[in-house]
Ligand binder design. Structure first.
Ligand code: AMP
Length: 581
């Protein structure tokens, strides 16, 4: 299906009126828990129009994660959908949302309204977008997951419904006016909160404001993708992450771009899905994640080459370091060596691109995010807080603010200062390691805090440990990152058990399920190893550095003299999980 800018404005106004009719006013927080459908964009923009602060929660998160986010920002209303398909898997979103609302009520925070988009069952109408005509009108095209023939065979589950609380989106919209006076906001008023993993295990509510964020999203979109009015742009990220906020919703729309909104997954119904969409809509600028590139690379060149891709001009990547092999495949096979690749390094906190090539202007090196974007001043620090010059490796920091920098962590300004500005006073600390080569190119080496990046999604090891500890059999847990050929990194967990519990395949499966339920499927551990005890320092600190080596079967352990129980190390090496459970 397609929507023009004029239609989008009218729908945004209608939904803004709906929100106002429900008593929503400037500064109120609204949680949005939706799949990749147009209503997600409409709901975000409707919040922005009336000065409400949206908190979009990725629709792959669990009820616990949604509840935690609802409580943290004290939102007054939830917007969700009945259900949706991810590939051929049905996700009963409303049921998960209901569980979250029940949990939040049990914790003394009952919400009064839940607006539900009726999504399932309407795909038959939407399946055939007409966006491939030329020249393209300014519009947003939604490419729905299902194909016409398949949709009739799909399940339509029973949607749990509480008439006192739940109300259909479509019913509310049908009577709403298409005109809505915007709320006038200050440039520093809040625009949205987006949660990202924190090394303490509790997600941090990153807060972005109206003026600086939008300026930065719009400007970086324009220059990094060399946006031209005739372009058709497609970013495959989910809007539940910052990439979707900045480079699906705000950046492209602020530039009046024609873009594609995709509800599906790259391998459904087959590994040619991305390339067929590129041909269908004549996509010129394409932005995806290294994990997707590696996945498609595994499927070989044939599904790519079956499609023409001749419309493509610029290719982008984001989310994690891209290995040179995947970069070269993207460049040679997908882009046929004629499309520059923009490897964009940035974070939820930065609002927009920080290190990135400019297409056709910056000589590329496969795997390097190259140089800073306009106005960005990076530096590399050593542990003692000294700035390193020339070729160097250390902590990546930024020396001066930029318009899109987050303004605070919602409700916790002190944690904001401690997390980002305390280690090196006067600098913004990214938490990433970085190398600068002799030509001045920056190479991100990965996180150097207790975070890991699974398929481009940042997770904290503490968050997963606390989910494991929630299981009655576990007395201690330590989680480390482990290299993974497709996901980049994956979770390798060590657990010690309470007396009376045996480590079995069943228990390992239960623990995986526990993590999925507490956080969501993206956090499912790949390895769970039983540990009779964990290596610790005399002060009782678990040495994750050593556990990481054990997981990777690397016996070069360095100094272990500070350990109170060095004897456990050999046993942990012997019991390593060599194959996935
Ligand atoms: P998030 O805030 O969830 O977007 O995750 C930000 C983190 O993802 C960064 O701190 C990096 O560790 C990683 N990251 C994002 N983009 C890149 C990139 N182009 N190259 C290397 N790492 C990246």
């Amino acid at each position: 299906m397609k929507i023009t800018y004029g239609e989008l404005l009218r729908k945004v106004c209608q939904f803004a009126n709906v929100l106002r009719n429900h008593g929503v006013k400037k500064g109120d927080r609204i949680s949005i828990y939706l799949p990749m459908i147009l209503e997600l964009v409409i709901a975000m923009l409707a919040c922005a129009r009336i000065g409400a602060i949206h908190s979009v929660v990725f629709a792959g998160f669990s009820a616990d994660s949604l509840c935690e986010r609802i409580l943290d920002c004290g939102c007054s209303l939830l917007i969700t959908a009945d259900a949706f398909y991810r590939g051929d898997k049905l996700v009963n979103l409303k049921q998960i949302a209901d569980e979250a609302l029940q949990k939040s009520k049990d914790k003394g925070f009952p919400l009064k309204k839940c607006i539900v988009v009726k999504h399932l069952g309407r795909e038959e109408v939407a399946a055939d977008g007409a966006c491939s005509q030329s020249p393209p009108l300014k519009r947003l095209c939604q490419d729905v997951q299902e194909k016409k023939t398949e949709s009739s065979q799909r399940l339509h589950p029973k949607i749990p419904w509480d008439p006192r609380m739940d109300v259909w989106w479509q019913d509310l919209m049908s009577g709403a006016s298409t005109e809505c006076e915007p709320e006038w906001c200050d440039s520093e008023d809040e625009l949205f909160i987006l949660y990202t993993s924190g090394s303490t295990g509790k997600p941090k509510g990153v807060l972005h404001t109206v003026g600086g964020y939008m300026l930065y999203a719009a400007t970086s979109f324009k220059y990094v993708f060399d946006y031209q009015p005739e372009d058709v742009y497609w970013c495959t990220a989910d809007i539940g992450w910052i990439t979707g906020h900045s480079y699906i919703t705000y950046g492209p729309l602020a530039n009046g771009a024609t873009s594609v909104l995709f509800e599906g997954i790259p391998t459904y119904p087959d590994a040619g899905r991305m390339w067929s969409i590129i041909d269908k809509y004549k996509v010129t600028k394409f932005y995806t994640a290294p994990t997707a590139i590696r996945l498609l690379m595994k499927c070989g060149e044939e599904p790519v080459k079956k499609h023409s891709r001749k419309s493509l001009k610029v290719l982008g990547t984001v989310g994690e370091p891209i290995n040179p092999e995947a970069w070269l495949w993207y460049y040679r096979v997908v882009g046929e060596e004629r499309c520059p690749i923009v490897d964009t390094f940035w974070q939820t906190e930065t609002g927009g691109h920080m290190l990135t090539p400019l297409p056709a202007a910056t000589p590329m090196k496969p795997g390097s995010a190259t140089f800073p974007f306009f106005g960005v001043v990076p530096a590399i620090m050593n542990e003692s807080g000294e700035e390193l010059e020339g070729e160097a490796e250390g902590y990546l920091v930024f020396k001066q603010p930029w318009p899109g920098i987050m303004r605070t962590l919602y409700g916790n300004h002190q944690q904001f200062e401690t997390t980002y500005f305390k280690k090196f006073p006067g600098y913004y600390v990214t938490g990433d390691g970085c190398r600068r080569d002799k030509d001045g190119y920056y190479w991100i080496t990965g996180r150097i805090d207790d975070m890991l990046n699974v398929s481009g999604h940042l997770l904290s090891t503490a968050e997963v440990e606390s989910a494991l500890l929630g299981h009655g059999a576990v007395s201690e847990a330590a989680v480390v990152s482990h290299p993974h050929p497709l996901k980049g990194e994956c979770l390798y967990c060590f657990v010690t058990l309470k007396d009376g519990h045996d480590f079995t395949k069943n228990l390992a499966d239960e623990l995986k399920k526990q993590v999925r339920e507490k956080i969501g499927p993206i956090a499912t551990p790949d390895y769970i190893q039983y540990a009779p005890s964990l290596p610790k320092t005399r002060s009782g600190k678990i040495t994750r550095r050593i556990l990481r080596k054990i997981a990777q079967n690397d016996r070069d352990l360095g100094d272990i003299s500070t350990l109170v129980n060095p004897g456990i190390i050999n046993q942990l090496f012997n019991d390593r999980c060599d194959t996935k459970l």
